[in-house]
Design a protein around this ligand. Structure first.
Ligand code: ADP
Ligand code: MG
Length: 229
């Protein structure tokens, strides 16, 4: 599903350049559940953003589902994102002036699904995360855990092959974190590939493989026995 070879990324800032990813090699098969760990500043989000086509690498190769990802126009990147990817962020990234069901339906709009069908499908995904009663509420009326479940429903609505999550439990208390992880585990049980950035050990143990980054290189990569949330 993902094949990354000798990938490098630097950020240029005026005359200076910060080499953030220094020769990353990573293969991820369909159905895997991978935690990307490492201390703050180690390049986790940069790697996830490149995988998610939100940012571009400088050298090396990245192949996603058989497509070589290189020098994409913004339109082409957006098309691939809509087709392949679901995103979950620490800060939820819900649209505050749209209600819950409209937020969930948004990827379907970009996939040109008709309005009535969008609503029906979005309600299905809200049911999946246990929030049908909140469909007409606005995001600011929800708790953090509920917001993240809406974000998960929205990610699922894209019917992605790959779910990318950057610190999805980073803003949640332990109990709520575990609820969110249980949901993501169930989604992975159904066969969805999941890549998750986290710096929390107990969250990483709920994945099935841990890749550790340090200063822009992978220092370990191991399959683990998954702890159920
Ligand atoms: P992590 O997610 O592991 O905390 P990041 O990938 O966000 O790390 O950042 C890695 C390094 O790159 C950090 O030193 C950060 O300050 C820097 N960085 C991240 N994004 C940018 C950017 N857009 N421009 C310049 N530097 C950046
Ligand atoms: Mg980060």
């Amino acid at each position: 599903m993902i094949s990354i070879k000798d990938l490098n990324k630097s950020y240029k800032m005026g005359a200076n350049s910060l080499h953030v990813l220094k020769g990353i090699n990573l293969e991820v098969d369909e159905g895997e559940f991978v935690a990307i760990m490492g201390s703050s500043g180690s390049g986790k989000s940069t790697l996830l953003n490149i995988i998610g086509m939100l940012d571009e690498h400088d050298s090396g190769s990245y192949v996603l589902d058989g497509f070589v990802i290189e020098n994409l126009t913004e339109t082409k990147a957006a098309n691939y994102r809509n087709k392949f990817l679901g995103f979950i962020f620490q800060s939820y990234n819900l649209i505050n002036f749209k209600n819950v069901v409209e937020n969930v339906a948004l990827p379907l709009y970009y996939q040109k699904v008709s309005r009535s069908k969008r609503k029906e499908m979005a309600m299905g995904y809200l049911d999946r995360v246990g929030l049908t009663n909140w469909a007409d509420h606005m995001p600011n009326e929800l708790s953090g855990g509920q917001k993240q479940r809406v974000a998960i429903a929205r990610a699922l609505a894209a019917r992605p092959k790959l779910l990318l999550a950057d610190e999805p439990t980073g803003a949640l208390d332990t109990t709520t974190s575990h609820e969110v992880m249980r949901l993501i585990q169930e989604i992975n049980d159904e066969g969805k590939t999941v890549l998750m950035v986290t710096h929390e050990d107990d969250i990483a143990k709920m994945c099935k493989r841990i890749v550790r980054l340090k200063d822009g290189v992978i220092i370990s990569d191991e399959k683990i026995n998954q702890v159920r949330a």
